[in-house]
Design a protein around this ligand. Structure first.
Ligand SMILES: Nc1ncnc2c1ncn2[C@@H]1O[C@H](COP(=O)(O)OP(=O)(O)O)[C@@H](O)[C@H]1O
Ligand SMILES: O=C(O)C1=C[C@@H](OP(=O)(O)O)[C@@H](O)[C@H](O)C1
Length: 290
């Protein structure tokens, strides 16, 4: 049965990746907001949730058109510029150094791979792919949770590897991978043909985000007892113990705790996706300019 389905999941038959990749994603604006954020119970709300929507955390003024080589490295963002402008300038600066290499975002579920990945693809003029979505399309539009239920995790993982293999032979893509893609060594061979970026987000923040949107689409978070936050946090902790080492194989790391420290924020939940995208470019820059 599985063999039969596997055969039907030939990438060429389900997604014309090459064609899709020729069309850079166009739905994104530089300033990404947390749309559709549901209200959490008060005790789960981040201390300054509204700050997610702040356009920028500003420290100093800057009169030059040339932004500091590393706006976040310096720990100070120029006061009069929107994060979106900083992001776009940084993208323009490093894009030639990428030589078309793909960017693979890795990280625990809920770490922002899709959110940040879309922003990066937009500013770099790259195409965006979500590997989970490609797997779903390959199985006739079956949702990830359903694929796990009907065919099991290893079937899902085989398809994930096949998707990554195919994507790794392409250029100018930003790819949001599934949280478990890091576990198979073969996947690293594919992802590190491009530049892998680990979004390192504290478990508490992940659990808050996922609780806000629900766990329906994330099958590995099903089957726990307790309230939504507690069971999500517990399951994430187990997965983290199994995977934390694997994430360190990424070529670059974006640590939200480091960004928070640089910006003077005390809560990682205050960091906007745009600020995270800027830091991702800063980290990528230090790799490509080495
Ligand atoms: N920097 C951020 N601050 C607050 N919420 C965020 C941030 N980045 C992502 N989110 C939210 O967290 C949830 C998971 O993000 P997503 O990009 O889908 O993660 P992943 O693709 O890694 O699973 C989404 O609801 C998204 O809106
Ligand atoms: O952590 C994991 O093993 C998984 C994460 C999910 O992707 P996201 O990280 O995008 O939620 C999805 O691939 C699947 O549910 C398995």
């Amino acid at each position: 049965m599985d063999a039969l389905i596997s055969q039907s999941v030939q990438l060429s038959t389900w997604v014309d990746l090459e064609k899709m990749a020729r069309t850079p994603s166009s739905s994104l604006r530089f300033t990404q907001r947390c749309r559709g954020q549901q209200r959490l119970p008060k005790r789960l709300q981040p201390k300054r949730a509204a700050a997610w929507y702040r356009p920028v955390s500003l420290k100093i003024s800057c009169s030059s058109e040339n932004y500091p080589a590393s706006v976040l490295e310096s720990g100070s963002l120029p006061a009069s510029f929107d994060q979106a402008v900083i992001l776009k300038n940084k993208a323009d600066e490093i894009e030639p150094y990428l030589d078309g290499r793909c960017i693979f975002l890795v990280g625990m579920m809920g770490s922002g791979k899709t959110t940040v990945g879309r922003i990066l693809s937009e500013v770099l003029g790259y195409s965006f792919f979500d590997s989970d979505k490609l797997i779903e399309q390959g199985v006739g539009g079956t949702a990830v949770a359903e694929i796990f239920k009907l065919y099991g995790e290893s079937f899902f993982r085989d398809n994930e590897t096949e998707v990554l293999r195919k994507l790794s032979s392409m250029h100018r893509l930003v790819v949001s991978t599934g949280g478990g893609a890091v576990v198979r060594p073969i996947n690293w061979r594919y992802m590190n043909k491009g530049i892998s970026v680990w979004l390192d987000v504290p478990l508490e923040a992940l659990a808050r985000r996922i609780t806000a949107v629900g766990t329906d689409s994330r099958p590995l978070l099903h089957n726990e007892s307790g309230d939504a936050y507690t069971k999500t946090f517990r399951r994430l902790s187990t997965l983290w113990e199994e995977r934390s080492e694997a994430y360190t194989k990424a070529i670059t790391t974006v640590s939200l705790e480091n960004i928070a420290a640089k910006l003077g924020d005390e809560d990682v939940c205050d960091i906007t996706p745009t600020a995270i995208a800027i830091e991702a470019l800063v980290q990528i820059e230090s790799f490509v300019k080495k």
